[in-house]
Design a protein around this ligand. Structure first.
Ligand code: MG
Length: 383
């Protein structure tokens, strides 16, 4: 029996790669559902190729565009609740969640409630709602397998020992395009500069998050939730080559690392085939070509976003929702030219410090904190 997969966020960078990986896994997988936020025509073309029984689009006004492209008649869900409706309507084994930002939250929670396997590329979902998702997964038996390259590495390295023997996790960071820029040069960063990542080819939101190192801040929070770690057990280390994807240090001083070509198809495939491994589309790593691996401490003054990650990981509660939403809103404004590069971390920090903190929020309270933070960032920009 082939494994049945639903891809949430199939038209984004990770979603497209996931479909390529699935197509390469020779008939062992059946794509039963595809969902996207806004690219109706692209979603229609993907559906024609993979023939899922249902498709979902979050923008209701793009349903016509989607249906116009379809060459067969799958069930179509449209509107803000479409992704969750798809999860409910179609029987599946694995939900691959690659929605940009926190838009995949409701659908992911539903998949966890159903006790299925979730291949999780949307770190935002864990950052916002880790306090609800992780206990829920323990109750329902859902398996959450990270797709984020660092967290995939940690997940793999943790298999080398007992959880109680873990001393520390080293979260590697490429450092982004501004790693070697002076503080003065960083004052004049343009959107184009921020969209040029040295080692990874990714979508625009995460590329800008890598440039501010907000991506690493989100990943600190993500790692704490996924692996039940304390914030002080996580150390960010800049590793410009992006060959070591992260390391786990055990109590005897042994460090276990996962290395590979910086290519998202490897962690995508591992999340699908785990615990099995299969030949992958990404080219194998040639260590003699790499020759050198370098490590630096991160510069927390030039990249203040990092400190926000630790702050949020320590405080928990509604902080994750505010961090994520404020950053998403600020990145949007930066891309529109309305705020500067430095403003992204500044506005996010302001929203974090000024929001009405709740220690054990419900989903509704998390969503309210999310909405408040987006409004607040936009308001602060206007004034
Ligand atoms: Mg990552």
């Amino acid at each position: 029996m082939p494994q049945r997969a639903i891809i949430l966020g199939s038209t984004g960078s990770i979603g497209c790669n996931a479909l390529d990986v699935l197509a390469g896994l020779n008939g062992e997988w059946d794509v039963v559902g595809l969902a996207a936020g806004s690219r109706g025509r692209e979603l229609g073309r993907q559906a024609n190729r993979f023939r899922p029984q249902a498709v979902a689009i979050a923008s209701a006004d793009l349903a016509g565009e989607l249906e116009g492209e379809l060459s067969y008649s799958p069930q179509v869900f449209a509107g803000s609740d479409a992704l969750r409706q798809l999860i409910d309507a179609v029987p599946f084994d694995t939900a691959f969640c690659a929605v940009v930002g926190a838009g995949g939250l409701a659908a992911t929670i539903r998949a966890v409630e159903l006790g299925r396997r979730i291949a999780l590329a949307s770190k935002e979902v864990v950052v916002v709602a880790g306090s609800l998702l992780m206990p829920l997964a323990r109750r329902t038996g859902a398996t959450i397998i990270p797709v984020d390259s660092e967290h995939s590495a940690i997940f793999q390295a943790l298999h080398a020992g007992r959880r109680e023997d873990v001393r520390k996790v080293y979260l590697t960071a490429s450092g982004g395009p501004f790693r070697t820029w002076s503080a003065e040069a960083m004052d004049a960063i343009t959107v184009e500069d921020a969209l040029r990542h040295p080692t990874w080819d990714m979508g625009p939101k995460i590329t800008i998050d890598s440039a501010t190192m907000m991506n690493k801040a989100l990943e600190i929070v993500e790692a704490c939730w996924l692996f039940d770690l304390r914030p002080d057990q996580i150390e960010v280390i800049v590793h410009p080559e992006s060959i070591i994807h992260s390391l786990v240090e055990f109590c005897d001083g042994s460090m276990i690392a996962q290395l590979g070509t910086p290519d998202m198809r490897t962690p995508i495939q591992y999340a699908l085939t785990y615990p099995a491994r299969q030949p992958c589309l990404s080219p194998p790593l040639d260590l003699l070509q790499v020759r050198e691996l370098k490590f630096h401490p991160p510069d927390r003054e030039r990249f203040p976003a990092l400190g926000l990650g630790y702050y949020v990981a320590r405080r928990g509660g509604t902080c994750g929702a505010v961090l994520n939403a404020a950053n998403e809103a600020a990145v949007e404004l930066f891309r529109e030219g309305a705020v500067s590069f430095h403003d992204i971390a500044r506005l996010t920090e302001k929203a974090l410090k000024e929001h009405e903190f709740k220690e054990s929020p419900t989903l509704d309270e998390l969503l309210a904190a999310d909405r408040w933070a987006r409004r607040e960032v936009t308001r602060c920009t206007a004034c």
